[in-house]
Design a protein around this ligand. Sequence first.
Ligand SMILES: Cc1cc2nc3c(=O)[nH]c(=O)nc-3n(C[C@H](O)[C@H](O)[C@H](O)COP(=O)(O)OP(=O)(O)OC[C@H]3O[C@@H](n4cnc5c(N)ncnc54)[C@H](O)[C@@H]3O)c2cc1C
Length: 331
Amino acid sequence: MNVLFLAHTEKDGSLGKAAAEALGAAKGLGGELIVGLFGAEVQRAADAVAGCGAAKFYGVAGTDFADARYASDAAAAEAIAKAAGADIIVAPSTSRMSRVAAGVGMRLGAKVDTRLTGLEAVGDKVVGTRWFYRQRLLGKIERDARPWLVTVDSGCFNAVQAPGSASVELLSVAPATRSEVVEIIAPAADAQTIRPDAKLLLVAGAGWGKSQADGQKHVDEAARLILGLLSATQASLGSSKSLVDQSGEGAALPFLTHMHQVGQTGATPRHPKGLATCCHGEEPHVVGWRFIGERRAINLDANCGWAQGKADVLYVADAFAVMSKLVDLLK
Ligand SMILES: Cc1cc2nc3c(=O)[nH]c(=O)nc-3n(C[C@H](O)[C@H](O)[C@H](O)COP(=O)(O)OP(=O)(O)OC[C@H]3O[C@@H](n4cnc5c(N)ncnc54)[C@H](O)[C@@H]3O)c2cc1C
């Protein structure tokens, strides 16, 4: 079995975390491993994993492949996959790879499965694991069809680090495209509060927008404390549905969007630790916490959902006071 690990490099020429994890998934299959990389530059990324055990390194490099663009990315991925002649192609579920996966699969006559959370060789079969129906059903996938192109989710496999000096065979690809990447407009790093690689998830619940002991709402103070903790810890921000719904109506915290919502109808982030604040811990919210390692919550109510076995530690306390003290301590 030939296994191709296929990924793009990052803007600075490095190999991203999700890509290094996808290489871990490919390596775990145990077949003959081939590495394929594309981007403005590929040597630095290839060197970072030179000792991974790959029999061969292919690359497509040049300014044409610097930025995510369907035509050039698909052409590069197709050329590498054809040169490698692999049975299984393993790529990271980055937005850049996800955008071209189906098209590349079509060009190769490959079957495609996306966002696998597990991948293993069982006897002579390859078995992938994937969530369905918003993380409520876990499915196992086997396919006889080859090539089989899979993308794997970040946070599920051990990243490969094996620095050395790789000998890369560069393939010549001339992408046929009329599209030109003129500029990338992205929010400033500080404005981006969803941080999938953060060690801590901070969840804000509707309590932050409710009347407090003095009968008043303290939304400005809530915003200051939440942003203060995020800036001190670089944690990722999540929210309950109730609070994002209020924010959407302009009544609560302006930096929250529906993208922040964690839960059954929201996201299922993966972080080693989570801290829920002013959030009741109801089941439709807590199902989104299934991949959070250690859970803590701050709530005024000793009978809230977190106290019903959903958190490892519940602080029965005023989150305004606790967060204020925390931000001071972290300064
Ligand atoms: C089909 C379905 C899907 C759903 N999907 C989702 C989903 O994806 N995500 C989601 O979040 N919800 C979801 N819900 C809604 C969910 O059931 C809850 O209504 C919601 O999570 C409640 O949000 P909350 O805990 O922030 O608000 P509340 O239930 O209003 O809780 C606010 C909490 O703040 C506490 N509080 C107030 N002031 C303070 C203070 N000063 N210090 C400490 N604590 C304080 C209160 O004690 C209270 O427990 C779904 C519901 C359904 C029916």
